[in-house]
Design a protein around this ligand. Structure first.
Ligand code: 13P
Length: 338
């Protein structure tokens, strides 16, 4: 696939209701997911699992981009085809997670900043030469009684902006992911307030770094109640609060807003996306970049066994199709049962 510029790459990924499969779990995170189904996480098992997802029928119509981890971008399928080619043959672009995780912030107990700017330029050059068309960097913001601090928001959003500028200089589209975590007992009001501060700081820094917003994608959290909050907001409330926040702080030039699922159930993540697209009134494509919410049913159906591959692929294809419908505001609960 030939693209004239970053704008075309970003537009391609979210074209026609398509979204992104986040398959960039680090090895420790992947081990945690595999543990939940009683499978040991070896390099070969991780390859088998991801190859199974990438070869699913549901990839072609519903997935415009796949985010990979460094191990996967170098791996070959069982028949020797690079996994990168398996993805391209499905009509999707592949991208790469380039942050290097989080480290504690001095003087801010319990808070972290995402690192990975050292040596990033060189790593980006290699990934671009392998054919990666986009990248991802995830910042993590935790809501607590005294957090997040201004410092945490500043450090994380500044790093996101520096990352995005460097990625564009290397000819790839940056996915900019500021995640306000769902973990905690906070209310939806707190989530709104923190998400607002984070987005405001982020777009100021992106402007300072001269990032071309038309050649970027935003991957935000939805505005939800904390998982341990005694009052859980309804689907309509999550949709309304999230959209109000995004419409106020996300410039119209951003071509796509692709949510993370953040620990929501697979169907809740779809229902929220659908509700927002029914409301409408925004210029960006509003789509998905889910990890768990796209993969969980497939992971359970697979259970590490080759004879379950077909049913696991069907489970993945179903979730991908449901989310594409949600990106058009055309999903319904009844379709889940079909
Ligand atoms: P979840 O959808 O499971 O939150 O994963 C998305 C992701 O890429 C987190 O960085």
């Amino acid at each position: 696939m030939l693209f004239k510029n970053l704008e075309e790459i970003a537009a391609y990924i979210v074209d026609d209701g398509k979204g992104i499969l986040a398959a960039d779990e680090s090895n420790p995170t992947c081990s945690k997911r595999f543990e939940s189904i009683g499978v040991a996480s070896t390099e070969e098992k991780r390859r088998d699992y991801r190859e199974m997802l990438f070869r699913s029928d549901g990839m072609r119509e519903n997935i415009g981009g796949v985010i990979l981890f460094d191990e996967t971008i170098r791996q070959k399928a069982a028949d020797g085809t690079p996994l990168r080619d398996v993805i391209s043959n499905q009509g999707a672009l592949f991208g790469i997670k380039v942050d290097q995780g989080v480290k504690p912030i001095d003087g801010c107990p319990g808070e972290t900043v995402t690192v990975g700017l050292d040596g990033l330029d060189e790593r980006l050059r290699e990934y671009a030469s392998m054919g990666a068309k986009f990248t991802k960097w995830r910042a993590v913001i935790k809501i607590g009684s005294a957090t997040p601090s201004k410092n945490c928001i500043e450090l994380n959003t500044k790093a996101l902006a520096k990352y995005a500028a460097l990625v564009q200089a290397n000819g790839m589209v940056p996915i900019v992911e500021p995640e306000v975590l769902m973990e905690g007992g906070h209310t939806i009001d707190s989530c709104y307030d923190v998400s607002r501060q984070v987005l405001q700081a982020l777009f100021e820094h992106l402007e300072d770094e001269d990032v071309n917003l038309k050649g970027s994608l935003l991957k935000p959290n939805m505005v939800t109640s904390g998982v341990d909050c005694s009052v859980q907001a309804s689907v309509d409330e999550v949709a309304e609060r999230t959209l109000t926040c995004l419409k106020t702080y996300v410039p119209a030039e951003v071509p796509g807003v692709c949510f993370l699922s953040g620990g929501q159930s697979d169907v809740a993540a779809t229902a929220h996306l659908d509700a927002m697209n029914r409301i409408g009134g925004f210029s960006w494509k509003l789509s998905f970049s889910y990890g768990r919410a796209l993969q969980s049913p497939a992971l359970s159906a697979w259970g590490g066994r080759a004879d379950n591959i077909r049913s696991a692929q069907d489970a993945f294809s179903h979730r991908a199709a449901m989310n594409r419908l949600a990106a058009f505001g055309k999903w319904s609960k009844e379709l889940e049962a079909d």
